[in-house]
Ligand binder design. Structure first.
Ligand code: IMP
Ligand code: MG
Length: 177
């Protein structure tokens, strides 16, 4: 049987220091306004919570769930909303919160939907970005905490087969026989 081991890639200390920087930047950028954080379930939950706790401006939040068709870890670019937002985003300063941007298919699709719903402003903020894997080059990521190489990472919300989301650091799964 294959045994898995998770190696620390970005430590808890480094992740949290970076999220603090990001929160300071967003609080400054949106001074005097309320931001509406929209988390894409389930991967963004931990990042969204840690970011939200550190924002010094008024915050509201909502969540959306989507599935992308395709086999295994290969995204085919077809995205379906399985749980839509509870509230309208019209006139709100929306910040879409993602765990990781890989091919960019999910965000390319969601960006179009969100912009059509007429928010006052729209920004994308992600914990991780793997630009080497990007298929949809047109998407613009406004804030990225960490740009990483092409590793399959887990922790801080990210899963491998639904596990490891609770790890307080970003790790790389290693397999041994
Ligand atoms: P995209 O549509 O290809 O950009 O896919 C993004 C989604 O794929 C993320 O929200 C994750 O759920 C998943 N994903 C991509 N790379 C990884 C990874 O390294 N670890 C865990 N999940 C990943
Ligand atoms: Mg995801």
């Amino acid at each position: 049987m294959m045994k898995e081991k998770v190696r620390v890639y970005i430590s808890q200390e480094d992740v949290e220091a970076r999220i603090q920087q990001m929160a300071d930047r967003i609080s400054e950028e949106y001074k005097g306004k309320t931001v509406h954080l929209v988390g894409i379930l389930k991967g963004s939950v931990m990042f969204l919570s840690e970011l939200a706790k550190r924002l010094t401006i008024p915050v509201t939040m909502d969540f959306m769930s989507c599935s992308s068709y395709g086999s295994g870890t290969v995204s085919k670019g077809i995205v379906k909303i399985t749980k839509d937002l509870d509230e309208s985003i019209e006139g709100k300063n929306v910040i879409l919160i993602e765990d990781i941007i890989d091919s960019g298919n999910t965000l390319a699709y969601l960006s179009e939907i969100f912009k059509a719903r007429k928010p006052a402003s729209f920004m994308i903020c992600t914990l991780l970005d793997k630009p080497s894997r990007r298929v949809r080059r047109e998407i613009q990521v406004d804030h990225t905490c960490f740009t990483i190489d092409d590793y399959f990472v887990v922790g801080y919300g990210l899963d491998y087969d639904q596990r490891y989301r609770n790890l307080p650091y970003v790790g790389i799964v290693e397999f041994e026989d």
